[in-house]
Design a protein around this ligand. Structure first.
Ligand code: GLC
Length: 461
């Protein structure tokens, strides 16, 4: 055997080892169908008054019974928080088909995400005050839609009790409290701004509302960003916890909190030992199991752990562990996007990411392997998202439904929307057609539109 032949053979063996390590993440359509069907059971458990208490997919009531109908008018504020960035929007609805929007973006310091809740709400109120002064709105009677992208137990449109933190937040003194009350207290502490009315909602609910404003067939929304979740329009007769009375409208948006799917073991048939490790190392072990398999906050960590296994097996990077590869959460989903955006053969971006991971001279083969791993993990994410989305398409049961989608993974990850769409087509019933619409800024716009549907009369001139 020549030296060249030995190299080829080693190469083939390495590829086999990498593929072998990735195999548990490559899932057949039968398994995706099983996920779709198990998720339907979980939705039913969440909606049923006898099983809601123990359900992992809680199907929270949103009290959003009316979708915007285009008659809303006026100026409304929205505050949208759900990750390290948050946004304040001023939306002017004047009857045209486009909203006039002023937006300000803010970054939430890490210390605020994990410190006392009072600091978080003071920070939000301070930014809101600066925004109001900048736009000279001090004298206006404004209503505000507050998007709070965490699990909320609602008893009305203007009350939302935080059930638990997700996505790395852990501010003290907020869980089990009404978030609107905490925010109002912070506004009152300042005494320099006045907000008339506040409605509170989840980001998926906002996305659905904003999509429904444009398309009357919109009945489902999905966020696939730092976290993941879905909302959909359910018939109130199936929402057993809703005591609507005779005047209740026939439908209400349900906030599934689908990120928590699997926390009762119902996804164990598809979880891999690496998924278990990702969960065990997280700040909220045992919760948000589905979210930890598919959302942006965790995808890089799954890839890092696979890479580490490949290194340990001697199939990549000469079997050498770098300090960075041993460090949890050191690989970001943004890196994965860059790697997958690169044509095979041109490895310059991939090499840069290897360098961030502590490897100065990766081989072309290492680069190809890493691209393969990223592809397997992002594809599993898109397909798992499609599986639960198929459940909702089938449940809504309309011949044609519009699905509003937002979140950085969907927006920015190469080919993610295509992969999701294709698998959704395979998994939804063929008689139900659908269209996925990117609802950029949907959660903020939806918050303002909800405030508009509720307070339009009071606030319009
Ligand atoms: C997390 C939150 C959920 C939110 C989702 C997307 O899963 O718990 O409320 O909708 O992230 O931001």
């Amino acid at each position: 055997m020549t030296e060249e032949d030995t190299k080829d053979k080693d190469s083939q063996i390495n590829r086999c080892v990498v593929e072998d390590i990735c195999k548990p993440f490559i899932v057949s359509d039968d398994v995706y169908r099983q996920i779709r069907d198990v998720f339907l059971n979980e939705i039913k458990k969440g909606l049923c008054k006898y099983t809601n208490e123990s359900a992992s997919v809680k199907c929270y009531l949103t009290f959003v019974e009316k979708l915007p109908n285009g008659c809303e008018r006026g100026k409304f504020l929205a505050l949208d928080i759900g990750g390290t960035n948050f946004r304040i929007l001023l939306i002017n609805i004047d009857g045209g088909r486009d909203l006039k929007i002023e937006v300000a973006n803010y970054e939430l310091p890490e210390s605020v995400m994990t410190g006392p809740g009072r600091d978080l709400f003071d920070f939000l109120a301070e930014c809101l005050s600066a925004f109001i002064y900048k736009h000279e709105l001090q004298k206006e009677e404004l209503s505000l839609g507050f998007t709070f992208a965490f699990p909320l137990k609602k008893t009305d449109l203007n009350k939302g009790i935080l059930v638990t933190w997700t996505k790395g937040f852990s501010c003290s003194g907020v869980v089990n409290h009404d978030v609107v009350d905490l925010f109002k207290e912070a506004i009152n502490r300042r005494d320099d701004i006045h907000i008339n009315n506040i409605v509170i909602l989840n980001d998926t609910t906002g996305t659905l509302i904003s999509c429904a404003w444009k398309y009357r067939e919109a009945k489902i929304s999905l966020i696939i960003g730092t976290g993941t979740n879905m909302s959909y329009l359910e018939k109130t007769k199936h929402i057993e916890l809703f005591k609507g009375g005779v005047n209740a409208s026939p439908t209400m948006i349900i906030n599934c909190e689908s990120g928590n799917f699997g926390s009762d073991g119902s996804l164990d048939f598809v979880r891999t030992p690496i998924d278990v490790t990702v969960d065990e190392n997280s700040v909220n072990a045992g919760q948000q199991i589905y979210e930890k398999m598919i959302s942006g906050m965790y995808l890089g960590e799954i890839v890092r752990l696979i890479l580490l296994e490949c290194v340990n097996a001697g199939a990549m990077l000469n079997g050498v562990q770098s300090e960075e590869i041993r460090t949890p959460m050191s690989l970001d989903v943004k890196h994965m996007s860059e790697i997958e955006a690169e044509e095979s053969g041109n490895n310059s971006a991939t090499r840069k990411i290897f360098e961030i991971m502590g490897y100065k001279r990766p081989s072309d083969e290492d680069c190809e392997h890493l691209r393969y791993i990223c592809n397997v993990i992002s594809t599993r994410s898109a397909h798992m998202a499609a599986a639960t989305l198929a459940t909702l398409v089938n449940r809504v049961g309309d011949p044609f439904v519009v699905i509003g989608v937002d979140g950085a993974v969907y927006r920015k990850y190469p080919n993610y929307p295509q992969r999701l769409r294709k698998k959704l087509k395979d998994l939804a019933r063929p008689e139900y057609h659908f269209c996925l619409k990117l609802a950029e800024d949907g959660s903020g716009r939806g918050a303002a539109l909800l405030a508009a549907t509720v307070f339009s009369k009071k606030s319009s001139p």
